[in-house]
Design a protein around this ligand. Structure first.
Ligand SMILES: Cc1cc2nc3c(=O)[nH]c(=O)nc-3n(C[C@H](O)[C@H](O)[C@H](O)COP(=O)(O)OP(=O)(O)OC[C@H]3O[C@@H](n4cnc5c(N)ncnc54)[C@H](O)[C@@H]3O)c2cc1C
Length: 415
């Protein structure tokens, strides 16, 4: 039985490794467009590779997938974050769980993760074709004919599409698999960038570019009232950081533009209730009557942002605290809890993942087998699955790759 796995990213590598570790003689060809494996794994997590999450509870884990959480139940049960961690450790990569529960190799090197797969492949009969792009696939009777860009044709009994999404296209993931899947009978849901920064119409965030906050609350008008809390950053044209990425993920399919912006709300003090904040400001002012109001504000936010409160929002930051009215305290506290920005665009090309993909009701969640085309399997980001930052996207690729590999292995063994 000849197996062809197209795409040597996280999902394709895990599918391949699962088969060839258990059956080193399996007839597998892994086709990769790049001259090496796992381009995205290597650059992920800023080159440190946030390989999975340290979360243990499956409900908590699945909550991090705005799309695909139900579909993932089975794959995560078989190969959840704990299994991923154990697997890499067993294969010689020591991992560490950081305070925010992101998991990295102790070496902080993504290529140590890819190295695990290279070692497995080197000790099996699998053929890895590098720098070879697949151009098309056809189903002919019970077999697949795979057309490579250089003219070569390969016949296969089983094909795994693990070509990723279409984010960070220069890494090789250019969305080639969607059209083939459609031709083979599948539906591709609406595709959109996710985990990206926002461009805003206001100019003042640019003045603060580079200023970061460890913890803010971010929400948007298209979402339910609950905000996403996490690190945040002002950029030259808008806002970025994990809390912003989470909101970008939840609003991935929302339409917005300069004429119809997405309203984004920032809460600079998510741990303090509005009334408590007002009292805190009032008490500080009473004890510091001769100081300027900016000293009062500076308890909560950096100087440069205090200045923006003065210039953009007309808060009288240069008045003495003794002269600040209750109403001015109220307005200031409200602004600290909710500043509105008009998002007019997505940071072009900076998204980490693609939201949308192969419709999940057309794929068996236990085996990743196509329900439309016998012999066809999917794994990874090509599916309509995407998660927040924190190791959830690689985890989905490992888990779906593992399920596909295990199912193919069972098929080989049943012959
Ligand atoms: C900058 C960045 C940082 C990230 N950091 C993290 C992180 O820290 N943690 C996390 O969980 N997730 C992270 N992600 C997301 C994560 O990397 C992806 O979700 C994951 O790699 C998807 O794996 P995949 O195998 O499905 O697809 P991919 O990794 O995209 O692999 C697909 C492979 O298919 C190959 N291919 C495509 N077309 C063809 C073709 N026609 N012929 C042959 N081969 C082809 C590509 O070259 C590629 O190697 C990050 C993403 C980016 C862009």
């Amino acid at each position: 039985m000849k197996i062809v796995i197209i795409g040597g990213g996280a999902a394709g590598m895990m599918t391949t490794a699962t088969i060839c570790e258990a059956n080193p003689k399996a007839e597998i060809i892994l086709i990769e467009k790049n001259k090496d494996l796992g381009a995205k794994v290597i650059i992920s997590g800023g080159g440190r590779c946030n390989v999975t999450t340290g979360l243990e509870n499956s409900k908590d884990i699945l909550q991090n997938y705005p799309r695909g959480n139900k579909f993932l139940i089975s794959a995560m049960h078989t190969f959840g974050p704990k299994d991923t961690r154990a697997w890499f450790e067993e294969h010689g990569v020591c991992l560490k769980i950081e305070k925010d529960l992101r998991v990295f190799p102790v070496s902080d090197r993504g290529d140590d993760i890819v190295g695990v797969f290279k070692k497995i492949f080197a000790s099996s009969s699998i053929q890895v074709m590098f720098s070879r792009a697949v151009e098309n696939i056809e189903k002919i009777d019970n077999q697949f004919k795979i057309y490579l860009r250089d003219g070569e044709e390969i016949l296969a009994d089983i094909v795994v599409l693990s070509l990723g999404g279409q984010a960070y296209r220069h890494t090789g993931s250019t969305g080639d698999g969607y059209a083939w899947a459609e031709k083979l009978g599948h539906t591709v849901s609406k595709l959109a960038p996710s985990l990206h920064s926002f461009v805003v119409s206001e100019k003042w965030p640019g003045i603060l570019a580079g200023m970061s906050f460890a913890k803010v609350g971010i929400s948007a008008n298209c979402l339910k009232p609950n905000s996403k809390i996490g690190p945040f950053l002002f950029t030259h044209r808008g806002i970025s950081g994990p809390a912003v990425f989470a909101v970008s993920s939840l609003s991935a399919l929302a339409q917005f533009s300069p004429s119809s912006p997405l309203l984004i709300y920032i809460d600079f003090l998510p741990d303090i209730k509005l009334n408590d904040l007002k009292n805190k400001i009032e008490n500080f002012n009473k004890l510091n009557l001769k100081k300027n109001f900016k000293t009062s504000l500076h308890q909560f936010i950096p100087h440069k942002l205090v200045d923006i409160f003065g210039s953009e929002f007309k808060i009288p930051i240069d008045k003495k605290n003794a002269e600040i009215s209750k109403r001015e305290i109220e307005t200031t506290a409200q602004l600290l809890k909710k500043i509105t920005l008009n998002a007019i665009g997505r940071g072009a090309g900076d998204e980490f993942v693609t939201a949308g993909g192969i419709e999940l009701n057309e794929v068996d969640p236990k085996t990743m087998a196509s329900k439309k085309c016998p012999g066809l399997y999917f794994a990874g980001e090509i599916l309509n699955i995407d998660g927040f930052t924190g190791g959830f996207n690689l985890q989905a690729a490992w888990a779906t790759g593992r399920s596909a590999g295990q199912a193919i292995l069972d098929r080989i063994n049943s012959i």
